[in-house]
Design a protein around this ligand. Structure first.
Ligand SMILES: CCC1=C(C)/C(=C/C2=NC(=C\c3[nH]c(/C=C4\NC(=O)[C@H](C)[C@H]4CC)c(C)c3CCC(=O)O)/C(CCC(=O)O)=C2C)NC1=O
Length: 169
């Protein structure tokens, strides 16, 4: 598992280079957004249960067929599994935010996920909608706390969405 710093070191060490201007700029930007990243993670931690619950309600309001007979989140077991998955996305996104790197998402969340979802008939498009709702709620909450939000806050969510949305070749 890598973070912004270890991944940069790895890239430069492979070719035996000192950090150049580009590397220094990246490091600066990571450290400059550092406090905000940690504050955002703290807000997520403190509100995780509510965020997941709200995102679920909004998702099922937007796509009510999911919780109707024949829908993938129909029955209490599958409804709970869906909210649990949303909770996984939120928790791992908070790790990636602090790490400033999406490696943890690739390693712990996305590996094999599409195959699992496909074999269980979990609709990936609807999952992506759920993740974007989480993203919006997190942004609202973090902005409300007076933290200046930036692309760094979107990054983990966009990464999950992009990876899940990739079409099979
Ligand atoms: C930490 C990394 C990690 C992830 C991401 C993860 C996902 C994950 N979600 C699963 C199931 C599931 N996931 C969903 C999710 C949904 N259904 C919908 O209609 C919605 C669109 C969506 C919620 C947003 C559902 C309903 C199931 C149960 C499917 C079934 O058993 O029929 C399963 C199958 C095993 C199980 O039920 O626990 C896995 C492995 N597990 C992990 O360990």
């Amino acid at each position: 598992m890598r973070d912004a710093v270890t991944s940069l070191i790895r890239n430069y060490d492979v070719t035996g280079r000192y950090f150049d201007r580009d590397a220094i700029d990246r490091l600066k930007s990571y450290f400059e957004s550092g406090t905000a990243r940690v504050q955002a993670a703290a807000i997520i931690n403190a509100n995780a249960a509510t965020l997941v619950k709200q995102a679920g309600s909004r998702l099922f309001a937007e796509l009510p067929e999911l919780i109707r007979p024949g829908g993938n989140a129909y029955t209490t077991r599958r409804y709970a599994a869906c909210l649990r998955d949303m909770d996984y996305y939120l928790r791992y996104a908070s790790y990636a935010l602090v790490a400033g790197n999406t490696d943890v998402l690739d390693e712990r969340v996305l590996q094999g996920l599409r195959e699992t979802y496909n074999s269980l008939g979990v609709p990936i498009g609807s999952t992506v909608v759920g993740i974007s709702i989480l993203q919006e709620l997190v942004k609202e909450q973090v902005a409300q706390a007076g933290i200046t939000i930036g692309a760094w806050l979107d990054e983990p969510f966009e990464h999950l969405i992009q990876d899940l949305s990739e079409k099979d070749v």
